[in-house]
Design a protein around this ligand. Structure first.
Ligand SMILES: N[C@@H](CCC(=O)N[C@@H](CS)C(=O)NCC(=O)O)C(=O)O
Length: 234
């Protein structure tokens, strides 16, 4: 059975929601962290833990590197034994594995390339900005430049949502990828939601989807903020 390696509330949350949207049978394998030297569990992977040294583990404290050399989530072990990494590839795989669910535009269509373009942009401008700002403690001009790129991308997505209800005009996995990163961007980088209050109903619509609610409940407290950020802004 397909297996998703995940960290609660991390970027593996998007593929988790997507697998549920696609109704693909899957199991979840949690990845956690231990101190490199002592082997003691690390509760939160923050900058201090990174500086001390850590190891990602799964199951019975087995090194996650045995599964994926880069040791990052999401990592999706397919039924045929292939390990797929990188969120943008995983969303494409999930959409294509469930064609009747219409989670992406038809492969090869013009719209499909717009879908790919958004996946790539969210990965490289939004998620990467969150990553470098939060994990490497960027400050000053460099932080502002990453933040401006992230906001510019989300503003363009917001314009499309205002016009047509969803980023691609109808629901697709790009909305889940944006939904998740938008929350983390507000939480970690921007600090408040006021800039996008007029599209709060979009976040309500996404978080009310059964697949999304199930993923939030399954991942527990660390995923709860995916519901709360709009409320905080209101
Ligand atoms: N480019 C990768 C980024 C993956 C990534 O940074 N994953 C983070 C969680 S959001 C992770 O596994 N962090 C654990 C670590 O840094 O050791 C993607 O888009 O999937």
């Amino acid at each position: 059975m397909t297996k998703l390696f995940y960290i609660p509330g991390a970027c593996s949350f998007g593929p988790h929601m997507a697998l549920r949207e696609a109704s693909i049978p899957f199991s979840l394998q949690r990845v956690s962290f231990v101190d490199e030297r002592s082997g003691e569990p690390i509760a939160v992977l923050n900058r201090a833990a990174r500086e001390k040294g850590y190891r990602a583990v799964y199951g019975d404290n087995r090194p996650f590197r045995e599964i994926s050399r880069k040791a990052l989530v999401p990592a999706l072990l397919r039924d045929d034994g292939m390990l797929l990494t990188e969120g943008s590839a995983i969303y494409q795989f999930i959409a294509q594995a469930a064609p009747r669910k219409s989670l992406a535009p038809p492969e090869g269509s013009r719209e499909y390339y717009v879908f790919l373009s958004w996946l790539s942009e969210i990965a490289s401008r939004v998620h990467k900005a969150i990553h470098v700002i939060s994990h490497y403690g960027l400050s000053g001009d460099i932080r502002e430049q990453w933040k401006a790129g992230l906001i510019e991308c989300l503003d363009r997505a917001a314009d499309l949502i205002r016009r047509t209800g969803y980023i691609l005009g109808e629901f697709s996995l790009v909305d889940l990828y944006a939904f998740m990163n938008w929350h983390v961007a507000v939480d970690v980088v921007i600090g408040d939601f006021s800039r996008w209050l007029d599209i709060a109903d979009y976040f309500d619509r996404i978080s009310a989807r059964p697949a999304v609610s199930e993923a939030i409940v399954t991942e527990g407290t660390q995923a709860r903020y995916f519901r709360s950020i709009v409320g905080v802004g209101r």
